[in-house]
Write a protein that binds this ligand. Structure first.
Ligand SMILES: [Fe+2]
Ligand SMILES: [Fe+2]
Length: 252
């Protein structure tokens, strides 16, 4: 693995690539040599523009057959056509692992890297969040975010691994939304996700997308580094983060 130190895993990540027939091919040149720079690639949702199987086929072309494993979650755009199961199937047929309130473990340079993922949902953050009160629609909105985070947290905690990575589309903290209008924060993330991340022991990194105008770096209240890897934020095909068994190192 290109001289990578034993006990260190290199995690590439990008979200919000929003592929369709007009965009396919944009990322591929940068991905061809991914194996020299990273041990796995995380895709943080919004892989398509409108969530059609045809657009998913573009994602499969772009991210299929890479020299490293690819672990993906879907984003809200990937649900837009109510064909999220078909979208997932196309991606899985291309060899991608697609998570939703589930997890997987990969061994990289002797490190068992556990990844749990969910699209997640909105609801907001401390002092400015929705609650399960009032109209049934508001209760349903708030409950959906809480229940997804709870199921995701169970998947994260259950991973048998050396380091845990939390992969979500919606943001777990407000810090990585900095740059977005304050008024839309409740539609960009939920504190329930951060609570789930902090409740799982040994989570080394939380990766999300969705907030195109946000900021890259944040931290959960429990001290887990959070990285917004939305393509418009990182402005390159992927970022690479190095993880050791016990700590998050620096971006490569
Ligand atoms: Fe997006
Ligand atoms: Fe999104």
């Amino acid at each position: 693995m290109s001289g990578t130190a034993e006990g260190c895993a290199r995690v590439a990540a990008v979200g919000d690539v929003h592929l369709d027939a007009d965009v396919v091919g944009r990322y591929r040149p940068a991905l061809e040599h991914l194996g020299e720079k990273a041990d796995l690639l995380l895709l943080a949702g919004d892989l398509t523009r409108h969530g059609t199987p045809e657009e998913a086929a573009c994602v499969a072309r772009e991210f299929g057959g890479l020299p490293v494993p690819v672990v993906a979650i879907l984003g809200n755009h990937d649900y837009h056509s109510d064909q999220q199961e078909a979208v997932s199937a196309v991606l899985q047929d291309a060899g991608l692992t697609v998570l939703e309130c589930s997890g997987t473990v990969l061994t990289c340079n002797g490190v068992r890297v556990g990844i749990a993922g969910t699209k997640g949902f909105g609801g907001g953050f401390a002092g400015a969040c929705s609650s399960e009160f009032g109209e049934p629609e508001m209760k349903a909105f708030s409950r959906h975010g809480r229940e997804l985070a709870a199921r995701f947290g169970s998947a994260l905690a259950a991973l048998d691994c050396d380091v845990r990575i939390a992969l979500t589309h919606y943001a777990p903290v407000p810090e990585t939304l900095l740059g977005e209008p304050l008024e839309i924060y409740p539609f960009l993330g939920s504190y329930h996700l951060a609570q789930a991340i902090d409740a799982a022991p040994g989570t080394a990194l939380a990766v999300h997308g969705h907030a195109h105008a946000g900021s890259e770096r944040g931290t959960t209240p429990g001290g887990v580094p959070v990285r917004n890897v939305a393509h418009p934020v990182i402005k390159q095909a992927y970022n690479v983060y190095q993880l050791s068994v016990s700590e998050l190192l620096t971006p490569a």
